[in-house]
Each structure stands twice: as C-alpha cells, then as structure tokens.
Design a protein around this ligand. Structure first.
Ligand code: SF4
Length: 354
C-alpha cells in the first residue's frame, strides 16, 4: 500500500484515516490548516493531540523533503537545496528558488531530479537524471518555502507570501505528466493552496501531446522554451524538437486555451553567435502569433564549464526593439539570483554526480 504523504493528503483521505483509527474527523481539518501554512512538523501543530500525531507518524510520510541548505542572494532571491525523503533509496537532491518582489512572491519549483532532455546550454541538463518527483515532493517545495517565509520573513520592501508558482526549476514538467498534473490539482484545490490557474505557469521545452492534454485538463499559463525558430537549429539547441518539431508545436500553441488577456510566453535565451543573428530574428518574427503569444528574451546566465556565452546587451535590446516594432510583445527578463546560481538555467544540485 502506498503511504500517504502529509504534503499531498486530501481532506477526504485524512478524514478516512481519522475514522479508521476511531478519531474524530474534525481533526483532519485542523491538521490541514497547519499543513497549508507550510507547517509539517507535528510538534508545531499546537491544537492537535498527541494521539492524533502518533497516527500521522505511523500512517503518513510526514516530511517529503528535508532542507539541506538555503542561500540568499543580494536581491532577496533564495535558493533551497532539499533531499528527498525516500525510503531505501540513495539520497536525491533538488533545488527550489523563491523570487520575491514588492507585489508578489514566486516559487520556482522542480519537477524532476535532473533532466533527460540535454539542452546543451542548460546547467540542469548536464546533471545526471535521477528520476521523477512525486506530486507530494513537488507541492512540498511550496510548503517548505511558505514555512521559511513564516520563520524568516523578507525585508519590508519585498513580499513575504507565496503568490505565484512557476514550473521552471529542474526537469521537464511534462515528462513527468501524471505527478505534475496531480500537483497542479493540489495547488489549485479549494482545501489546499487554492491558487488561481492564472498564478501558475508551466514551462515546457515542447512536448506536444502533453501540451494538448494540459490544455484540456489544467490550462494554466503556458511558457515554451523556444530558443530558436529555425527547425534545424532547434534540433540541436532543444533536442526534443527532433520528435516534436516547430510545425507540430505551432499547431498545439494555436489551440491551447487562453484566459482573457492572457498570452503564451515564448522563452528565448540569447546566445552569442548561436541564435542572435538577423536570420534568427526574422525567423522568430515569422513564428510568433502576436495575438496569442509574447516573447521573453532571457540573458544567458553562465555556469562553470559552459561552452556558451550570452549575447551582448545591445544585440538583446535590438531583438526586443525589432519584435516590438512588428507588433509583438517582447520583454527582456531581469535576471534574479545569479550570484547564487539560482537564475534561469543555472540549477544543478551540488550533490549530483555528473
Ligand atoms: S532547458 Fe529544461 S528541458 Fe532543457 S535540459 Fe534544461 S531543464 Fe531540461
């Protein structure tokens, strides 16, 4: 029998557990009130009697993750290294990032330990793939960040709440479809974190059948790691393109359901001499559907051993200006947390072997 995790257990499951142990079912709600604040330590659940805590200890996995380390960037960004709490398995590690701003707190979560897709410019892609995370391990990252913000709030000028979630950490979320879809349901559930789908963004390198299923089941905000609009080039830069090329990606983007005034984000990391020429720009302009999509140009964050360099600032700015002049919404993403290797594409657990 699968052990239920306290990080992902539903009210109904917990009520059933209480009933089966001859305990009052109202205890389930008390426990979940703590859990939903991010508190998973049983000792901290003040209104829960010891008898109930013993049942939780015996019948659930209380902690899905263990915090190994936390780093703070000069700009307030925090990077967490967690160890997965799995029985009888070698220790696996993942990273999670909190990006605080004045008006929001965004948690960037991992969906896999490592990634199989090997995009050559991506630091995570250089890490040995160690497996898919469970839905509990995915949502537990959000709970852990909430708990950290309770214990260690941000300075006054930054938000100390989790308001937005992005699936942009380690791994390709749609390669772990079942657990990621379960985690989305949990994050949006009324008796869990109750986040609106408008506050959740899933970033994928372009697994077309899964994008279509996401659109039907949980149409959260969609971001695509595009990085080039030239098919042959994308076969190398984003190798999943060999299986799902730009034509099939285009079809899936055209039918992805969009909420009012929402857009699909096309992420484009600016790589010097690789995807930043006039030809690259022209192909990008031809590819984008300005009615439904916007472009997010990302400055490349280097990492030790990388063969790639970021484009010059004026080249990136010129890309943005040219896109805007064609009626395409385009922004240059401000890099956050690069001093602690927490910026986009930099995540790789220091504990990994590769
Ligand atoms: S860019 Fe995303 S899909 Fe590609 S290797 Fe990195 S984590 Fe995996």
């Amino acid at each position: 029998m699968n052990v239920l995790s306290l990080a992902s257990i539903t009210l109904e499951e917990l009520q059933n557990l209480m009933k089966s142990c001859a305990l009052p079912t109202f205890r389930a709600k008390q426990i979940l009130d703590w859990r939903n604040k991010g508190i998973l330590e049983l000792d901290a659940m003040k209104n829960v009697p010891n008898q109930v805590k013993e049942v939780l200890q015996e019948h659930t996995q209380v902690q899905a993750l263990k915090l190994v380390s936390k780093q703070k960037s000069n700009d307030g960004t925090r990077k967490y290294l967690f160890a997965l709490q799995r029985e009888n398995q070698s220790l696996k590690h993942i990273e999670t990032v909190l990006i605080p701003e004045q008006e929001r707190g965004t948690v960037c979560i991992s969906s896999q330990a490592g990634c199989v897709l090997d995009c050559p410019f991506c630091h995570t892609g250089t890490q040995k793939f160690e497996g898919n995370l469970t839905a509990a391990e995915i949502v537990a990252q959000v709970l852990a960040v909430k708990a950290d913000l309770l214990a260690d709030p941000m300075d006054e000028d930054l938000h100390s709440q989790v308001t937005h979630i992005v699936y942009m950490g380690m791994g390709e979320p749609l390669a772990n479809e079942i657990e990621v879809f379960k985690s989305l349901d949990l994050l949006m559930a009324e008796d869990y974190l109750h986040l609106s789908r408008r506050r959740i963004t899933l970033s994928t390198s372009g697994l077309v059948p899964q994008i279509e299923r996401l659109g039907k089941d949980s149409p959260v905000n969609l971001a695509i790691s595009l990085h080039t609009a030239i098919n042959e080039k994308r076969n190398t830069l984003v190798p999943i393109n060999q299986k799902h090329d730009l034509n099939s990606l285009r079809k899936s983007l055209n039918t992805y359901p969009l909420a009012k005034s929402r857009h699909i984000t096309l992420e484009y990391v600016m790589l010097k001499g690789i995807n930043d020429s006039q030809e690259d720009l022209d192909a990008l302009i031809r590819f984008v559907n300005p009615e439904r999509e916007r472009v997010n140009l990302i400055r490349f964050n280097t990492y030790p051993g990388s063969d790639f360099q970021g484009s010059a600032t004026n080249v990136t700015d010129n890309f943005a200006k040219s896109l805007i002049s064609k009626g395409i919404r385009a922004t240059v993403r401000r890099s956050r947390g690069d001093d602690i290797m927490a910026a986009c594409g930099q995540l790789k657990t220091a504990k990994s072997g590769k």
